[in-house]
Design a protein around this ligand. Structure first.
Ligand SMILES: [Zn+2]
Ligand SMILES: [Zn+2]
Length: 369
């Protein structure tokens, strides 16, 4: 705007008014050059009238105004770079959390694309996705294969994720002139960085019409899920590469599935042990008998010992849940429940009275609160 660095706010305002009157599109109808000039003046005024932006401009030049520019990182870089020149410490090639000057620009790479044609998307890793799935109790014990459908981003099939229309011819990038890198002056130092106009490819094309240049489109994706045997409620399953797609040549993120296990009406799980309630008759309890019970591994025969009591637990070794880590299996406990016949039949009452007379102790002995 032709004002000195020391110009006051008033000077800047006046210079702006003068210039904007001269180059305003209303005064220069149809004049493209005037329109461009007016835009430049407006941008400059915005920067100079904004204290914070002006400070960045004075310290770092135009680059300091790029979207995503990190002034703190840039200062660290300059300090590090000064030390390098003096042959001091820190010669590892790294500085702070930044590994190269380009790291300072972050999002600014994408920002530059607007100037030229449409550049291929940057290479970056896709983000991770978290989701959940509910399976039934038995499937959780045995392990299961299932398929889920997720509405998620996938690389655009038209442009193969590059964001550049494959049917448009590529032209030389106007920012770097096809040189892939551009020079960046920072006071006495000069660097080169990947050209933001073409992301270092030297060529630009038209925006892909199928994905508006994003390189990704949303769609249903079917994903095969293999759940190992023995998972507990809340188990986190990692599906590598099933997250959001990355940029071209960039790795996709991962999908983290939280597995919820529905309750079972008969089976309860405690660590890797299972407990199942099994009803038996009065006769089976008194005399003892071999009974057949279902388990997640199929039917088994177990021996109910004579004089069994309601609530008594019988242990079936190794028939519990598998531990997904150790692969070891817990135990299955059969909890006996004595069922009394639902009848008021005379014989039943007589039999009950007979049994009643055989108790040698008070059954509620020791029941105290
Ligand atoms: Zn596309
Ligand atoms: Zn370029």
């Amino acid at each position: 705007m032709g004002v000195p660095k020391s110009a006051s706010g008033k000077d800047i305002r006046e210079a702006y008014r003068k210039l904007s009157r001269k180059w305003h599109p209303d005064v220069n109808p149809g004049n493209k050059q005037a329109e461009e000039r007016f835009k430049e003046i407006s941008n400059a005024y915005e920067v100079l009238s904004n204290d914070e932006k002006r400070k960045l401009y004075d310290e770092f030049g135009e680059e300091g105004l790029s979207y995503g520019f990190d002034p703190e990182g840039a200062r660290q870089y300059q300090e590090w770079s000064d030390r390098q020149e003096r042959g001091g410490r820190g010669g590892s090639g790294e500085f702070g959390r930044y590994h190269s000057f380009e790291d300072l620009f972050g999002e600014a790479f994408d920002f530059g694309v607007e100037r030229g044609g449409h550049a291929a998307r940057r290479t970056f890793r896709g983000s991770d996705i978290e989701s959940g799935i509910t399976i039934d109790f038995i499937s959780a014990l045995k392990g299961t294969k299932t398929e889920i459908s997720m509405n998620k981003a996938k690389p655009c099939p038209t442009c193969r994720g590059t964001g550049v229309d494959p049917n448009s011819g590529l032209s030389v990038c106007s920012v770097c002139g096809g040189g892939r890198r551009i020079n960046v002056a920072r006071g006495p130092m000069e660097f080169t960085r990947t050209c933001p106009g073409c992301n270092g490819t030297g060529r630009v094309g038209k925006e892909c019409p199928a994905c508006q240049g994003n390189g990704v489109v949303k769609g249903l994706e079917r994903i095969n899920v293999v759940i190992p045997p023995g998972v507990k409620d809340g188990f986190k399953l990692k599906l590598s590469g099933k997250g959001e797609p990355g940029g071209p040549r960039g790795k996709p993120g991962d999908l983290y599935l939280t597995v919820h296990v529905a309750e079972h009406p008969l089976l309860k799980r405690d660590n890797d042990d299972l407990t199942m309630e099994v009803p038996i008759t009065v006769g089976e309890a008194i005399e003892g008998r071999t009974i057949t019970v279902p388990t997640p591994d199929g039917h088994i025969n177990i021996k109910v010992p004579p004089k069994s009591q309601s609530g008594q637990r019988l242990k079936v070794r190794g028939k519990g849940a598998a531990n997904p880590k150790t692969k070891q299996r817990g135990d299955l406990f059969i909890k006996l429940l004595i069922k009394v016949p639902k009848t008021e039949n005379r014989e039943a009452i007589e039999a009950a009275e007979k049994i009643e007379s055989l108790y040698t102790e008070n059954v509620r002995e020791g029941i105290r609160l």
